[in-house]
Ligand binder design. Structure first.
Ligand SMILES: [Zn+2]
Ligand SMILES: [Zn+2]
Length: 210
């Protein structure tokens, strides 16, 4: 069974929107889709980030494909340029995660599933290669959703200073291909979990109650 949670929280459910309690008016993570990304994968990623990171997550209005990051020579989109643009967002969210369907690269690698600013504000995930098996045929939809959640979780954790982890059972393990990704668990090891808690304290981020 897939651990992926399909329950989604939408901006209209923002706890601070309709009352005057002390709940925050915006989430810690704002998730935005850039270009043609399905609503289902967007909702599933947002819901699971909220559940696993224990911080409120908002879905932001969709934006266009980041054409400014397109490289003519690579025929791909430069992840670092997208991150730089996201980091300048005027949204109040301390962290911004973008989902894109275009293929991402950084200069030293042929492609990346995702990229994040270490200890920064922005992270990006591409679903472009997550729908395929290594030999090119399509994978089951729940596997695709699970991969998207895993990459998103891993990248957002980098923005909270988490580095790659050598524990076998940890989402922060480095993965180089989709099959690596499928072996990752959808949770942090105890060390990374503790590191995340410490980062929340450092960045003054309030965890959601259990
Ligand atoms: Zn990483
Ligand atoms: Zn770990």
């Amino acid at each position: 069974m897939s651990p992926v949670n399909t329950r989604a929280r939408t901006p209209t459910e923002n706890p601070g929107a309709n009352n005057s309690t002390s709940l925050p008016k915006h989430g810690v993570v704002g998730v935005v889709r850039l270009g043609s990304v399905g609503e289902a994968v967007l909702n599933i990623v947002a819901a699971n980030l909220q559940e696993i990171l224990h911080v409120p997550v908002d879905i932001l209005p969709a934006r266009q494909t980041p054409e400014f990051a397109y490289s003519d020579s690579r025929k791909q989109y430069h992840a670092a340029l997208i991150l730089k643009n996201l980091a300048e967002s005027r949204r109040p969210h301390p962290r911004i995660l973008a989902l894109v369907s275009v293929d991402l690269f950084i200069p030293v690698l042929t492609h990346v599933f995702g990229e994040a600013q270490m200890g920064g504000r922005a992270a990006v995930v591409s679903i472009h290669r997550l729908r395929q098996k290594e030999e090119g045929s399509r994978i089951a939809l729940d596997t695709f959703y699970e991969r998207a959640v895993k990459v998103a979780l891993h990248e957002v954790a980098h923005t909270f200073d988490l580095v790659h982890c050598s524990q076998p059972e940890c989402i922060m393990r480095f993965s180089s291909g989709p099959s690596d990704l499928d072996e990752l668990p959808l949770f942090f090891c105890e060390y990374c979990e503790a590191f995340l808690e410490e980062a929340y304290r450092r960045y003054d981020i309030q965890r959601l109650p259990e």
